[in-house]
Design a protein around this ligand. Structure first.
Ligand code: GUN
Length: 292
């Protein structure tokens, strides 16, 4: 078994991004600027946004954080989006999801200017992705594609099984893996909470993508020998041995599944850092596109 090390690769990508930023500045350009909108007090969202803002500083980006309380109205949030759309100093921005239940998140996503939608969530960009046209790929599935590519994983002809149907991971992942591209060219089965006999599907997977959101959901008996396993889960579980009393773990029972795999992502240090690196790549692309 070999690790698909997202942390190491993300550091490499951050160096490449920093070099592109330096070249852009030497050419008379300015630092890319990513803005993040964070609504409410969801601890996971706060932590993710914190990581994104930190990564910006490391790569030589400008970042800004727009924080509002849980009781924001839809109208107020749409005004923030409008201001960010119009702010020429901002190259790209994200609205951290999930949003409070009283907000219509699709209406908010639709209000983002597609050229600043570095999450790739706007319907126009989702459509462009589906048609294999140039666009911003959603950061998590985009990062997984880069992780597979840079590790030389030959996905062509593989049977990929994606567990999850979210707009953030499962749906775009299914679309990207079935593309006529490298990586891609997989035969993809998409499973979800209503799938009958999940194990009968996962056992056929040469490439298994777990985006379930349940700790240690994928056990060794569900995995084919020699499979490539990508764990998208970031679950916080109790751990009395830690000072915080908590630790992060994935959707995969890593200890037992790893023995059966050819390649596997760890949690933390797998998909998470790749998501952030991809968001930075998208923001850099947005900056460069606005000067061309
Ligand atoms: N919530 C979980 N993942 C993401 C992401 O990639 N982008 C945003 N905006 N929210 C998220």
């Amino acid at each position: 078994m070999k690790l698909l090390d997202g942390k190491e690769l993300s550091l490499e990508l951050q160096k490449e991004i920093a070099a592109e930023v330096a070249a852009h500045i030497a050419d008379g350009g300015r630092k890319p600027h990513l803005a993040a909108v964070l609504i409410g007090n969801n601890p996971a969202s706060k932590s993710y946004v914190g990581h994104k803002v930190k990564a910006c500083a490391k790569a030589g980006f400008v970042s800004s954080l727009v924080e509002r309380s849980e009781d924001i109205t839809q109208e107020e949030l749409l005004t923030i989006v409008k201001d960010l759309n119009e702010d020429e100093s901002v190259d790209g921005f994200i609205i951290q999801l999930p949003l409070p239940s009283h907000i219509d998140d699709q209406a908010v996503i639709k209000a983002v200017k597609p050229s600043k939608d570095v999450d790739g969530f706007h319907p126009e960009n989702v459509g462009r992705m589906a048609l294999n046209l140039p666009t911003f790929l959603p950061a998590t599935p985009g990062g997984i594609m880069t992780l597979l590519e840079r590790n030389g994983v030959k996905t062509s002809g593989m049977h990929a099984v994606v567990i999850g149907r979210s707009d953030i991971v499962g749906n775009p992942m299914t679309s990207l893996l079935s593309r006529n591209s490298d990586p891609g060219n997989c035969t993809v089965t998409q499973c979800h909470s209503r799938t009958v006999d999940l194990k009968s599907h996962t056992l056929k997977a040469d490439l298994l993508i777990a985006a379930v959101g349940r700790p240690h959901f994928i056990t060794a008996d569900m995995v084919k020998d020699g499979a490539v396993v990508v764990d998208v889960g970031i679950n916080s579980i109790a751990d009395a041995s830690r000072k915080s009393g908590m630790r992060l773990t994935g959707d995969v029972d890593f200890e037992n599944v790893a023995e059966k795999c050819s390649l596997i992502t760890p949690v933390p240090g797998g998909v998470g850092p790749m998501t952030i690196a991809t968001l930075l790549q998208n923001t850099l692309r947005a900056r460069l596109a606005s000067t061309s």
